[in-house]
Write a protein that binds this ligand. Structure first.
Ligand SMILES: C[S@@+](CC[C@H](N)C(=O)[O-])C[C@H]1O[C@@H](n2cnc3c(N)ncnc32)[C@H](O)[C@@H]1O
Length: 239
């Protein structure tokens, strides 16, 4: 049994990229925690989350953990377990730990899998999730686009390989946020054009970052390869 109390764990949503979109709570906890864990997609890649908060955590112990972009959940489980064990070691030493996630921690984030592993190792009262501003909230604000008002229905969906799956959703909802557009950008644009929705769509990439890009002329993006780190918001005009 350790002679000291174990530390607290904080899963922090740091917003989409602009450090000014961190909440005051996230900022305080970041300043107070001893160790900061950051996710990245590959050993040689930079952690985007770390780049965003680096000036705020100078001098702190930073541990980078790789969560590769693979779909095999069994293989991924090993990476989450490894991160959870490393976090638990720090907590057992009495240190507070922060884990950074882009946007909101509980919205399309691998943090959820880490959370699952941690819950088997750490008492619930030691685990704290701090919400962050999502990428689509930030994108809508960038162009002053209301996501939903009155009785409008809002859907937030990841784009799958079969973009036709989006058709019934686009028919049914007043506002549809398309996440994880990536390599499917051209197919999504073709679908929106086919449905007469291209002119009701806004494309936003790298929101909150230096290379942020927004356009409502999505047809011109065909073949551009600009789908990485982007969302499309489709808003039906009010009848
Ligand atoms: C794994 S999800 C993370 C979502 C994040 N947790 C959130 O709350 O926005 C990754 C997807 O979020 C979107 N995304 C994240 N950050 C973004 C940004 N700064 N600009 C535009 N889209 C972003 C993209 O659709 C990307 O494919």
């Amino acid at each position: 049994m350790p002679s000291h109390a174990s530390g607290n764990f904080y899963g922090i949503g740091i917003g989409p990229g602009d450090p000014e979109l961190l909440t005051l709570k996230a900022l305080r906890i970041l300043k107070e925690t001893d160790v900061v864990f950051v996710p990245k997609a590959g050993i040689k890649e930079e952690s985007m989350a770390l780049e965003i908060v680096q000036p705020l955590i100078n001098g702190k112990k930073v541990i980078e953990k790789v969560f590769p972009m693979i779909r095999d959940t069994d293989k991924l489980q090993e990476f989450w377990l490894d991160a959870a064990r490393a976090i638990k070691e720090e907590l057992d030493e009495g240190r507070d730990v922060a884990f950074l996630t882009i946007g909101d921690s509980l919205t399309f984030s691998t943090y959820v899998y880490l959370l699952r592993c941690l819950r088997d190792m750490v008492p619930e009262e030691k685990i704290h999730t701090i919400p962050g501003i999502t990428s689509f909230n930030a994108a809508a604000s960038l162009v002053n686009l209301p996501l939903a008002q009155r009785d409008e229905r809002l859907a937030v969906v990841p784009v799958s390989d079969d973009v036709e799956e989006l058709r019934p959703i686009l028919e049914k909802f007043d506002t549809v946020v398309l996440m994880k557009v990536a390599k499917k950008l051209d197919k999504v644009i073709a679908l929106l054009e086919d449905m007469g929705l291209a002119e009701s769509s806004v494309f936003a990439s790298h929101v909150g970052l230096e290379n942020a890009y927004v356009t409502s002329d999505i047809s011109k993006l065909k073949g551009s390869g600009k789908g990485y780190m982007s969302i499309i918001i489709v808003k039906r005009p009010l009848a």
